[in-house]
Design a protein around this ligand. Structure first.
Ligand code: AMP
Length: 397
């Protein structure tokens, strides 16, 4: 894997794809600079080598229109502040103004290009547009994991114009390493905790992961499709009847592959999908009519604790209950605590994909797990076993 450390950037212009798709308030101030902070090590490495950095990103979804509210000009001050370097800005990503600004850039300087998605060619993966971008720099660095699953001009197509001079940035390299630990190189026992709402949205992940893990905890809304398929009563719980056969086939595949599947044995059921609803703990296969399972019960959590704390490599994707409602967040918080305990005892833990990241941040587990992925869709596709085009483009010779 070609990383930043393999390249000396002295007197080179690094064309860096970053993910600066940051939230802005009504006055266009950056309200969360995490993504800018995350790209900093890559940019600083280039500058410290004696090179210069040309940063390119998208912001929002302008869909080819020059929407002023989605200009990257708004974030220039924040990027300067985070990097400790006065960042220059040019109001296009290609064309004469961009070429001039790139040509004038001196070692140690940073140039931020205007929103790539002001040009519809970016999302179309247009080769001419990618070639124009490529003319701005000497080395291409991809550090945007969040868009690595898109075959866009700046994330994938541009790489072909740098056959010898392309590499992953620090952030993207860390993401790849974390996924690799879970999928290939992690110490056994390997555990996947899969929660979330629906079997249908997680099915490809489950099928792919069965070849990689020793244990699989299935929780959240997915539980009830598995329980009903095995003859249990799930009341009003979320359930995909058309996926019941699939659920049974997953259980069979798991058995054949020697993967131990752990489902909840009891749940916190409510008489309405509402934080103030009446609740009771019931066995998972005996949920009364009019009631629905919204969180894991205490016996389930005790079982999960045993599995989690004995694991050496842990992937966690998806909340175990409706964590957005305080009264049904306890299961997800408990899982966070068990993963924290396992991590303190030397396990590698990766949290990634969709809502699990939001849950982990909301409950303050961000710094207690080994790695929190920065890319929702990109992480989900990686877990499904897909090769991401942005990663393949760097690996291609
Ligand atoms: P996903 O994006 O597939 O990871 O799903 C996350 C969503 O699953 C969250 O919004 C949770 O509220 C929801 N969820 C978790 N457990 C349940 C449950 N028992 N019933 C309904 N929704 C659930």
């Amino acid at each position: 894997m070609k990383t930043l450390a393999d390249i000396n950037f002295e007197n080179k212009k690094a064309l860096i794809r970053v993910d600066f798709n940051v939230p802005l308030d009504a006055e266009f101030n950056v309200t969360d600079a995490n993504r800018i902070e995350a790209a900093k090590p890559t940019i600083i490495k280039v500058l410290e080598d004696g090179g210069s950095a040309i940063l390119m990103s998208h912001l929002g979804r302008p869909k080819g229109a020059k929407k002023p509210e989605l200009s990257l000009r708004h974030i220039c001050t924040k990027v300067s502040e985070v990097l400790g370097v006065q960042v220059r800005f040019v109001d296009d990503s290609v064309g004469s103004a961009a070429q001039k600004a790139a040509a004038e850039l001196q070692s140690g300087e940073v140039l931020l290009l205007e929103n790539l998605r002001y040009h519809s060619e970016e999302e179309q993966g247009d080769t001419d547009f990618a070639q124009q971008l490529s003319a701005l720099g000497d080395v291409y660095v991809n550090d945007a994991f969040g868009t690595a699953h898109r075959a866009h001009a700046s994330t994938t197509v541009v790489a072909q114009f740098f056959p010898e001079n392309k590499c992953f940035g620090h952030l993207l390299a860390k993401e790849i390493e974390a996924i690799d630990k879970v999928m290939r190189t992690g110490e056994k026992p390997v555990l996947a905790i899969l929660g979330g709402a629906k079997v249908s949205s997680k099915i490809t992940i489950i099928e792919n992961i069965l070849d990689k893990v020793d244990h699989l905890i299935i929780g959240g809304g997915m539980t009830y499709t598995f329980v009903k398929a095995q003859g249990g009563s799930v009341g009003e719980s979320i359930c995909e009847d058309d996926k019941m056969e699939l659920a049974l086939s997953i259980l069979e595949q798991a058995k054949a592959k020697n993967v131990q599947v752990h489902l909840p044995v009891d749940v916190l059921a409510a008489n309405d999908f509402n934080n103030e609803a009446d609740t009771q703990i019931v066995p998972v296969s005996q949920i009364p009519e009019g009631w629905q399972g919204l969180d894991a019960g205490s016996n389930s959590l005790a079982n999960f604790k045993t599995v989690i704390t004995q694991s050496k490599t842990i992937l966690w994707n998806g909340p175990i209950g409706v964590f957005e409602m305080e009264n049904f967040a306890k299961g997800t918080i408990a899982i966070g605590n068990f993963v924290d305990e396992a991590t303190q005892n030397g396990a590698f833990s990766l949290v990634g994909g969709g809502d699990s990241v939001a849950a982990v941040k909301q409950f303050g587990f961000e710094n207690k797990v080994s790695y929190v992925s920065t890319g929702g869709g990109a992480m989900l596709e990686s877990l499904e076993g897909k090769t991401l085009p942005g990663i393949a483009a760097i690996l291609d010779a």
